[in-house]
Design a protein around this ligand. Structure first.
Ligand SMILES: Nc1ncnc2c1ncn2[C@@H]1O[C@H](COP(=O)(O)OP(=O)(O)O)[C@@H](O)[C@H]1O
Ligand SMILES: [Mg+2]
Length: 284
């Protein structure tokens, strides 16, 4: 864990990629009955350090602030208080050093697969010839060769999700931010995509923050799992996943089952914590 004092840039360990310091996020919401604006705390005192090349997975019940946190790392939203640093520099907005993959594919329907994947390269003004070459590399990496000239509506959900991953990787971000990217595909495709993502991660050495509410998905993918509890969203626990890699066949292991049970219980307790006893804040 990084050491830091209030209002100071945290001491950046060489192996740290992203550091979130005392993050709070308060939304103003309209109360049902009175229609008055009241404050709602979505995230409370969240501290997190993500290591270079780490695969970090955030799990937690619906509404615990997973997307809110990821959007802030992306620079698309801002904490009410607290800061997020990448390589020691304050994140103030979105940039191409962070690639985003969302649940709903968010592909451009009027662009072919090739043109979707090349999108970030166009923004970076990469010349056409090189763009085509790089784009093709990533189309191959996600096993979509042969589909370059199709349009998104001609592909299955799993294939669209692969396009979204290829598009995010093609402009070579250092960090990949993934918000429930596989939630909309069937169970079997989901496992295939998880395996492919691990293969790509091992090949490309990206730092990944992956959000899910599937416990199995979290354990299968992660180096560490951050369990958030809700109302307000706080870090409940951080669990090292010391399972060997590659992880093919690991779901049937005793250790996997033990981790599944452990995280399940943490999520149960996190939700049932309505006694007013605040769960001790944990720094990741
Ligand atoms: N723009 C917003 N305005 C008001 N409340 C919001 C807004 N975005 C999210 N929230 C609330 O903040 C909490 C966390 O939301 P979110 O980060 O989307 O959770 P998760 O991704 O874990 O399901 C939820 O209770 C949600 O209703
Ligand atoms: Mg969400």
């Amino acid at each position: 864990m990084a050491n830091f004092t209030d209002n100071a840039v945290p001491a950046n360990d060489e192996t740290d990629k992203i550091i979130a310091v005392n993050i709070n996020r308060i939304y103003k919401v309209r109360e049902k009955d009175s229609n008055e604006l009241v404050e709602f705390q979505a995230l409370k005192n969240v501290n997190m350090t993500i290591k270079k090349e780490e695969f970090l997975v955030i799990v937690g019940p619906s509404g615990c602030g997973k997307s809110t946190f990821l959007d802030m790392v992306a620079g698309l939203a801002h904490p009410t208080s607290g800061e997020i640093y990448m390589d020691g520099k304050l994140i103030t907005g979105p940039a191409l050093d962070r690639g985003i993959v969302l649940q709903g594919y968010a592909l451009f329907p009027w662009r072919t697969i090739r043109k979707n994947v090349e999108f970030g390269l166009e923004i970076k003004n990469i010349p056409k010839k090189e763009r085509t070459k790089i784009g093709q590399q990533f189309i191959d990496l996600v096993n979509l060769n042969g589909f370059e000239d199709r349009y998104p509506h001609e592909l299955s959900g799993g294939m669209k999700q692969r396009v979204a991953i290829a598009r995010a990787l093609a402009y070579d971000p250092e960090v990949l931010l993934m918000d429930e990217p596989f939630a909309a595909v069937d169970a079997q495709t989901r496992e295939t995509l998880q395996e492919e993502l691990l293969r790509i991660w091992e090949k490309t050495k990206k730092t990944i923050i992956f959000v899910t509410h599937s416990i199995d998905e979290a354990i299968f993918l992660a180096d560490r799992v951050v369990v958030l509890s809700t109302n307000p969203g706080t870090v409940r626990e951080v669990i090292n996943i010391d399972l060997p890699r590659p992880r093919d066949g690991i779901r049937a292991s005793i250790e996997f089952g033990r981790l599944r049970q452990q995280i399940w219980e943490l999520l149960q307790n996190g939700q049932q914590n309505t006694t007013g006893n605040s769960v001790e804040d944990k720094a990741v």
